[in-house]
Design a protein around this ligand. Structure first.
Ligand code: XMP
Length: 324
């Protein structure tokens, strides 16, 4: 893609000009935007860039390993992997309100990130001069919350907003002029693996907002396995790229079932899959029933603690994509 090759070269030139010999810190989430931003900036300024990946204990199965392997081992990008799961899960204990969950995670995330930034600063004293963000053009024009109407916050957004001012950092935002499909094209131009470039979006608060009610390690483990099976089946059937987002949720109720000759009393897993252009509106994905049946059977058979699976057929609006 000629356009993207030129864009990449021009971006690299501009990043070098903006940053000079200063240090840059980039919060890596494993998502497409921050990944592309990180690889691009690394091409421009090499090891003046340090990435920070905060594992809040609310990630999908194997996610932390995937990110660390890709960035540290495949790209050789200096990467700090912070395992903060104890801290986050501790802070979330007993929290059931969705907005309180979001705010708890958002606040802690900034604290953890700030602590890491201070360690990375010049000679371990100051902080890096620049914070890199994978802000896209739609974020720039639509600085209102992505789900919120003009004045109502439907869900508070989780990002490192507020951090640059608080820490007096300047921003590097090399994707500010791009739409999502262009970011993907740029990612390909930079040689990012297709599985990364084509990934479904994943929310900052992670599995916390896919686990209505209290978040426990038990429920998170069940959710991770169910989600993994669901996505594996979606990929196996070649449906992944037709879907904007697909994921499992775990409900805070148990229901009765029967397994062999025994009564079971276990959790319900909900499956969500939607098509969308920008996440603002969405339609539920019309799987065929045989597919859903197969996924349900696999989840109930393979995931201990689940005896019932339901499919969410709500579009957005009135439903949102995530359950919290
Ligand atoms: P909803 O649930 O509001 O989601 O229909 C719309 C899109 O936004 C994602 N989402 C988030 N992304 N931080 C994020 O980075 C968040 O706090 C957050 N909440 C929702 C959601 O996954 C969907 O793609």
């Amino acid at each position: 893609d000629w356009g993207m090759k030129a864009y990449r070269d021009e971006s690299i030139r501009r990043i070098r000009e903006q940053v000079g010999s200063e240090k840059v810190i980039c919060g890596l989430s494993g998502g497409v935007d921050s990944s592309v931003a990180a690889v691009l900036i690394h091409e421009a300024i090499g090891d003046q860039l340090t990435c920070v990946f905060v594992d809040h204990g609310l990630l999908r199965l194997g996610e932390a390993e995937k990110v660390v392997t890709l960035f540290r081992d495949a790209y050789n990008i200096p990467l700090v992997h912070v395992d903060a799961s104890e801290m986050f899960l501790g802070a979330l204990e007993g929290v059931t309100d969705p907005e309180v969950k979001r705010k708890t995670i958002g606040k802690l995330f900034i604290d953890v990130f700030e602590a890491e930034a201070k360690k990375i600063g010049q000679d371990g004293t100051g902080i890096p001069a620049f914070l890199a963000q994978g802000t896209l053009y739609p974020d720039v024009i639509e600085s209102v919350s992505f789900t919120g109407g003009p004045s109502v916050t439907i869900k508070s957004h989780h990002n490192v907003g507020g951090l640059p001012e608080r820490m007096n950092m300047k921003l590097v935002e090399p994707l500010r002029e791009l739409f999502k499909d262009e970011v993907r094209a740029l990612g390909r131009e930079l040689g990012l693996p297709e599985v990364f470039v084509g990934r479904h979006p994943f929310p900052g608060p992670g599995l916390a907002i896919r686990c209505p009610g209290e978040i426990t390690r038990d429920k998170l483990d069940i959710l991770r396995l169910a989600d993994e099976i669901y996505l594996e089946e979606i990929r196996r059937h070649g449906l992944y790229d037709e879907i904007w987002q697909a994921f499992a949720v775990i409900l805070p109720v148990k229901t009765v079932g029967v397994m062999g000759d025994y009564r079971t009393y276990d959790y319900v897993v909900g499956l969500r899959a939607v098509t969308s252009v920008d996440g603002m509106t969405a339609d539920f994905y019309p799987f065929d029933m045989a597919f859903l049946g197969r996924v349900a059977t696999r989840i109930v058979n393979e995931v201990k603690g689940v005896n019932r699976v339901v499919y969410d057929v709500t579009s957005k609006p009135p439903g949102t994509i995530e359950w919290e």
